[in-house]
Design a protein around this ligand. Structure first.
Ligand code: M6R
Length: 533
């Protein structure tokens, strides 16, 4: 069916590849062409008739326009790329010739050959088996592929010498290995992932940590008196969790900003502030742009990234890899706990803090997480109850506050149940008005110095007939008395609590989503890497 303006509509019309008017040039595109309206006008003034409303369709037509002038597809791709504004990764194929061209700007791209042919993808997980080395093209470079040969040029068509990097990921890591979903597999992998994050970095013999990735900027770090974390989604909540530890135990002031806000807010920043970008994918557009902005302001930029060789890893001055391994499920799980432990290590490294107690606590984390995983049946039973509600709120204090936000994000993402996260102390400042017998409150309330305060918040909820669920302590019988379901969490140092409790809330979201019959690995409307604004 066509739209009122005569354009075909629907998924088929928008599906890639898009071709030029005569069908001789095809393009697949990830991203957004911001000046597509101007290009569309230019093309229409030159006799082109575009068939869809998509920004992508202007690209093959623009390449066709230049190709008809020069007869060289490579030159035409370069000429077209020079005109494009926005973020994009494109692959171009022409009817004539046997070469494939690719180009990117602020959008991820990896190119690899298996000796017989070559592949272009946005992420190494999408590369075919047999590709064991990858090239990461930069902005303003053109990739030319002929058979299994990969050549890179700059926009002046001068060859660029780019070394291929080893892909050290086994095919096993990209399979579910018997788990029904990647999300469940990745929650279980958290234990090994966090061991990898700490391996060779936590030094019990010296009661401190060593981070090779920050060695080159060690001198510059001595002049830093404030960290400003930029991130999105789960990575942002990891940043909020890290702030508690770094401020309390390393005494470095930390601010945490949503990258999408930081980009457009002209806040005062001086050279003593270092920017720390957190990203699992290393490709999140807002976080990448925040890093570029910080670099323009001449600030030291650090990355805490999972995907090796990704754009944020390359753009930052120095950084630390989380080493969580590939995360395929759209919902971030194991990456979160690895980000948090790495943030603790970054704080300790920058401040030079030495502490036997902290190091011993960090080394206990994998066992605590294994113990939490062992409670999966109890969490599943709680999830079955939670899945009957349409509205939920997670509450917590201190370290459990950012985890409440993260728990709500996880639940809404994979089960589509409305979930909010609140600091427990904020309940009475508004959300309490929502509470009735259809609105579930899930408390993250381990036994600590604010436990009784959260317990009294729960009493307020109960008094309004709100169903109460808790991951907490049964030290005070009043919480177990009023809870429909209470799962006991161990009484441990506040700063190690998020590791165990995150396993519970991730499992809760997983079991609620699967109970409702959803594909938790691929939630509707979401992508694993958000490479556009
Ligand atoms: O790759 P990043 O860590 O930069 O991604 C940030 C967010 O898009 C991501 O954490 C998102 O919120 C997840 N789907 C949450 O599970």
């Amino acid at each position: 069916m066509a739209t009122r303006d005569g354009h075909p509509r629907g998924a088929a019309a928008n599906a890639h590849p898009h071709v030029c008017n005569d069908g001789s040039i095809a393009v697949v595109h990830n991203g957004i062409i911001e000046n597509h309206k101007d290009i569309r006008t230019f093309l229409e003034n030159n006799g082109y008739k575009l068939k869809t409303n998509t920004d992508t369709e202007v690209i093959p037509n623009l390449i066709h326009y230049f190709y008809s002038k020069t007869g060289s597809l490579r030159d035409a791709v370069v000429d077209a790329v020079r005109q494009l504004k926005g973020s994009y990764a494109i692959v171009v194929l022409a009817e004539q010739g046997n070469r494939l061209y690719a180009a990117r700007k602020s959008s991820p791209m990896v190119v690899a050959s298996d000796g017989k042919g070559a592949a272009v993808a946005s992420d190494i997980s999408a590369l075919p088996e047999g590709c064991n080395k990858a090239i990461y093209p930069d902005d303003d470079e053109i990739v030319e592929i002929e058979g299994s040969d990969i050549r890179i040029y700059d926009l002046n068509i001068l060859p660029v010498d780019k070394q291929a990097q080893d892909i050290n990921i086994s095919n096993e890591e990209f399979s579910k290995q018997g788990f029904p979903h990647f999300m469940l597999k990745e929650i279980h992998e958290s234990v090994d992932a966090i061991k990898n994050s700490m391996a060779g970095r936590v030094k019990p013999e010296r009661d401190t940590v060593k981070l090779g990735g920050l060695k080159d900027v060690a001198e510059r770090l001595k002049t830093v008196d404030r960290l400003l974390i930029v991130a999105c989604g789960t990575s942002y909540y990891a940043g909020m969790t890290g702030k508690y530890f770094i401020e309390e135990h390393c005494r470095i002031p930390v601010e945490v900003r949503l990258a999408s806000e930081f980009r457009y807010h002209d806040e005062p920043l001086d050279g003593r502030t270092a920017i720390l970008a957190i990203s699992q994918s290393g490709e999140t557009a807002d976080t990448l742009e925040a890093v570029k902005l910080a670099k323009q302001k001449k600030l030291l930029t650090l990355g805490l990234v999972n995907v090796v060789g990704s754009s944020i890893a390359r753009e930052t001055d120095a950084g630390v890899y989380t080493h969580a391994g590939p995360e395929i499920g759209v919902a971030s799980t194991k990456a979160f706990v690895c980000q948090v432990v790495c943030l603790y290590m970054i704080g300790m490294y920058i401040s030079g803090v030495r502490s036997r107690e902290i190091i011993e606590a960090l080394l206990r984390i994998p066992d605590l997480m294994s113990e939490a995983l062992a409670e999966h049946k109890a969490v599943k039973r709680m999830a079955e109850q939670i899945s009957t509600y349409k509205n939920t709120v997670f509450i917590g204090r201190k370290y459990m506050y950012p985890l409440s936000l993260e728990a709500a994000l996880k639940l809404k993402e994979v089960s589509y149940i409305h979930a909010e996260g609140y600091s427990a102390g904020e309940l009475k400042h508004g959300p309490l008005a929502l509470i009735d017998n259809n609105f579930a409150t899930i408390a993250l309330a381990p036994y600590n110095d604010v436990y009784d305060k959260t317990a009294s918040n729960l009493q307020e909820v109960h008094a309004r007939k709100g169903p109460v669920f808790a991951f907490g302590s049964d030290r005070l019988s009043d919480v177990s008395d009023i809870s429909k379901c209470l799962i006991k969490v161990p009484g441990i140092q506040d700063y190690v609590q998020p590791f165990a409790t995150s396993i519970y809330v991730q499992l809760l979201a997983y079991y609620a989503g699967t109970k409702l019959g959803y594909d938790v690995d691929k939630p509707r409307n979401l992508a694993k890497s958000v490479t556009v604004e």
